[in-house]
Design a protein around this ligand. Structure first.
Ligand code: ATP
Ligand code: MG
Length: 574
C-alpha cells in the first residue's frame, strides 16, 4: 500500500501525468472522467475511483467529467442516475456542466462504425454465439476467420444499415472489428462492436435497436470528450490494445491514455453491484441505503462523513497490484474525523436505575458539559441532573472481581459532569432476584469532579436523569459478513451473511438535548461510540439512532502494537 498522504511522494499515475505536462502532451491539459454504468448504486470502491479522478483534475487544474456509460438499456434506470449524482456531489466533487451520457454519442458512434466498414476494418457477421465462441480459439490456440469476414464493403454497409432499421431479429447479426483472429490477445480477435437488441433505452427510447458494445463506446466517448488520462481498474489491462485501436480510429485530436490501477477490496465486504443488487432483491437488507450496505448511500445513512472517505482514499493510495484493505482502516479514518466534529452527549443504552437517597426529591440541577473537549469552540451545554439517574447495567456489579473500578456495593464512582456517588443498597425483585434499582448516596461537595478531602475515584460513568430522559431506539451494527472474504468457502457470498449484523436496542435512555437531533446529525455517545440520527426512520422529536462506529479503534491498536514490536526488535538488534 502506498501512503502518498504521509510521504508526500507522487503515485504512479501522478508521475505519468507530470511527465505528460512536462512534455506538453495535450497542451499540458489534464481531463479525467468517472464513468459509472447506471445499473446500481455506487459503493465504496467507486468512491476510490471518484476521489482519484476528481482529485487528479483538482490537483492539475483540469476537469473531471461525470459520464454515464449507458449502453446496456436492459439494466439501466433513472433512479440509479439520480443516486449516482447525489453520491458524487456528497463526496464533495463538482462536475459542473460536464455531465455526459454515452447514449448522446449513439449517432457519432454509428458513423464511426460506418467509417470503419468503409475502410475495411469492420464487417457484419452472421455466426451464432456458439460458432463465435468456437471460432474464437483459446489462450493457447489461434482463432479462425469467420466465413463472413471477407464480405464486400457494399454488402457490409447494406447489412449494417438494415440492422439499424430493424430488419433483423435480435442476435441475427453482429458488427465486428476486423483486427486479427490469431492475436495472442483474445480481445483483439475481431471483437464485437454492435449488436441487435430491441430494448427501450431510458434516454433514446425506441430510436435504436442496435447498441454499441462497451469496448467500442468507452474509448470513443473518452476521445470525443477530450479525456487525456482514462483511469480504470486492472481488469481492463487486456483491453488496452483494443482501447488504443478504437481511439486511433476515432480520428479525434486528443488521444486519451488508458491507465490501470488496482481496485479497492475491503475485507468483510462485497463490492459488486450485481451482488449488492441481489442483497436488495432478496431482501437481506432494507434497500440500497441500508446502513449495513457498503454503498455510498448506505454508509452516509450510517453516519460516515465525506471527509473520512476522502481521507481513506488518500491513505490507501493507488497501486498497480490488487490487495485487500482492512476495514478497520476505514473505521479509523472515520473516528479521526468524527472525533473532531461530533458533539459529545450521554446516552444509556442498557439502563439500570440509580436512586440517590440523600438528594432532594423535587430538585433538578443543570450540570455544565463540554460539547467537545477536542474543540472548545463547540461550546458547552447544560444537562439536567436529579435524584434518579440511569447508568449502564454493565457499569455495576454486585460481586465484582478485583480491579473492577465501576460501581459495586460500598464503592464510590464519579458521575461524569456531576457528583461522586457511593453504592449503599441493592433493591431486588423478591421473586426473581433480578436487580431493580441500586441506591446510592452522593457527596454534595463533589460537584463537577473535586472533593473537599481530595480523595480520588477510578471509575466514571455516564448517566441520564430519569425524570428528563427520553426513550429512543438505537441500532447497533456489526460486520455484515462472517467471513473476511464472503463466499470464499461455499462460493455463495450469501452463505456468509451474519445473522446478527443488526441489533435494535429499544427503550434506551437519552439525554434530553438529543430529542432535537436532526436526521443525519452525528454524536459521540460517551464511551459507546459514534451515532447518527437515522435519515429515513427518524421523526421530528423522535429520532432513531444508528451506531456509526464503536469507540474501539482496532487499526490504531494494530499500529501501536507494530510500533512496539519494532521498538523491541530495534533494542534487541542493538
Ligand atoms: P461493479 O463490479 O461493482 O459492478 P463496475 O466496475 O462494473 O463495478 P462501473 O459502473 O463500470 O462499475 O464503474 C465505474 C468506475 O468505477 C469504473 O471506472 C471502475 O473501474 C470503478 N470502480 C468500480 N469498482 C471499483 C473498486 N472496487 N475500486 C476502484 N474503482 C472501482
Ligand atoms: Mg461495469
Amino acid at each position: 500500500m502506498e501512503d502518498n498522504k504521509s510521504t508526500g511522494t507522487l503515485n504512479f499515475i501522478e508521475k505519468i501525468i507530470e511527465k505528460d505536462i512536462e512534455n506538453n502532451k495535450n497542451e499540458g491539459k489534464v481531463v479525467t472522467r468517472f464513468p459509472p454504468e447506471p445499473n446500481g448504486y455506487l459503493h465504496i470502491g467507486h468512491a476510490k475511483s471518484i476521489c482519484l479522478n476528481f482529485g487528479l483534475a483538482e490537483k492539475y487544474k483540469g476537469r473531471c467529467h461525470l459520464r454515464f456509460d449507458d449502453t446496456n438499456p436492459a439494466k439501466e434506470e433513472i433512479e440509479y442516475i439520480k443516486s449516482i449524482k447525489e453520491d458524487v456531489a456528497w463526496l464533495g466533487f463538482d462536475w459542473g456542466k460536464h455531465e455526459y451520457y454515452a447514449s448522446d454519442y449513439f449517432d457519432r458512434l454509428y458513423n464511426i462504425a460506418l467509417k470503419l466498414i468503409k475502410k475495411g476494418k469492420a464487417y457484419v457477421d452472421s455466426l451464432t454465439p456458439e460458432e463465435i465462441r468456437e471460432y474464437r480459439g483459446t489462450l493457447t490456440s489461434p482463432g479462425k476467420n469467420s466465413p463472413d469476414r471477407e464480405r464486400s464493403v457494399e454488402e457490409n454497409i447494406d447489412l449494417f444499415e438494415r440492422m439499424k432499421k430493424g430488419e433483423f431479429e435480435d442476435g441475427k447479426y453482429l458488427l465486428r472489428a476486423k483486427i486479427d483472429m490469431a492475436s495472442p490477445n483474445l480481445n483483439m480477435r475481431d471483437p464485437a462492436l454492435y449488436r441487435i437488441k430491441r430494448m427501450t433505452h431510458h434516454r433514446t427510447g425506441d430510436m435504436w435497436c442496435i447498441y454499441p458494445m462497451y469496448d467500442f463506446t468507452h474509448p470513443l466517448s473518452d476521445a470525443f470528450e477530450g479525456i487525456t488520462h482514462s483511469v480504470c481498474t486492472l481488469e481492463f489491462e487486456d483491453h488496452r490494445p483494443l482501447y488504443e485501436w478504437a481511439v486511433e480510429e476515432s480520428g479525434e485530436k486528443i488521444k486519451p491514455q488508458q491507465i490501470e490501477f488496482a481496485r479497492l477490496n475491503l475485507n468483510y465486504t462485497i463490492m459488486s453491484k450485481r451482488k449488492l443488487l441481489e442483497l436488495v432483491e432478496k431482501e437481506d437488507v432494507s434497500g440500497w441505503d441500508d446502513p449495513r450496505m457498503p454503498t455510498i448511500s448506505g454508509i452516509r445513512r450510517r453516519g460516515y462523513t465525506p471527509e473520512s472517505i476522502r481521507d481513506f482514499a488518500s491513505r490507501i493510495g493507488v497501486a498497480k497490484s490488487n490487495s485487500t484493505v482492512d476495514f478497520a482502516l476505514l473505521e479509523h479514518c472515520l473516528r479521526e474525523d468524527l472525533n473532531m466534529k461530533a458533539q459529545r452527549v450521554m446516552a444509556v443504552l442498557d439502563p439500570l436505575k440509580i436512586v440517590i437517597t440523600n438528594y432532594p426529591e423535587d430538585k433538578t440541577e443543570m450540570m455544565e458539559a463540554d460539547n467537545n473537549p477536542e474543540d472548545i469552540n463547540m461550546g458547552k451545554r447544560m444537562v439536567p441532573f436529579s435524584r434518579e439517574v440511569y447508568i449502564e447495567k454493565d457499569d455495576f456489579m454486585e460481586n465484582p472481581p478485583k480491579k473492577y473500578f465501576r460501581l459495586s456495593p460500598g464503592k464510590e464512582i464519579r458521575l461524569k459532569h456531576a457528583y461522586y456517588i457511593t453504592c449503599t443498597e441493592i433493591i431486588k425483585d423478591p421473586g426473581t432476584g433480578e436487580i431493580l434499582e441500586v441506591h446510592c448516596t452522593y457527596d454534595p461537595e463533589s460537584r463537577g469532579g473535586g472533593t473537599a478531602d481530595g480523595r480520588k475515584v477510578r471509575g466514571t460513568s455516564h448517566w441520564v436523569s430519569a425524570f428528563h430522559a427520553f426513550e429512543a431506539d438505537v441500532r447497533l451494527y456489526s460486520h455484515f459478513f462472517k467471513s473476511e472474504n464472503p463466499g470464499d468457502v461455499t462460493g455463495n457470498f450469501r452463505d456468509d451473511l451474519s445473522e446478527n449484523s443488526l441489533e435494535v436496542l429499544r427503550g434506551c435512555k437519552l439525554e434530553p438535548s438529543l430529542k432535537e437531533a436532526v436526521p443525519g446529525q452525528s454524536f459521540q455517545f460517551l464511551r459507546k461510540g459514534y451515532f447518527c440520527a437515522d435519515s429515513v426512520d427518524s421523526k421530528p422529536g423522535l429520532p432513531v439512532f444508528n451506531r456509526t462506529v464503536s469507540m474501539r479503534d482496532t487499526w490504531a491498536k494494530l499500529q501501536r502494537d507494530a510500533a512496539k514490536n519494532k521498538e523491541h526488535k530495534d533494542i534487541k538488534s542493538r
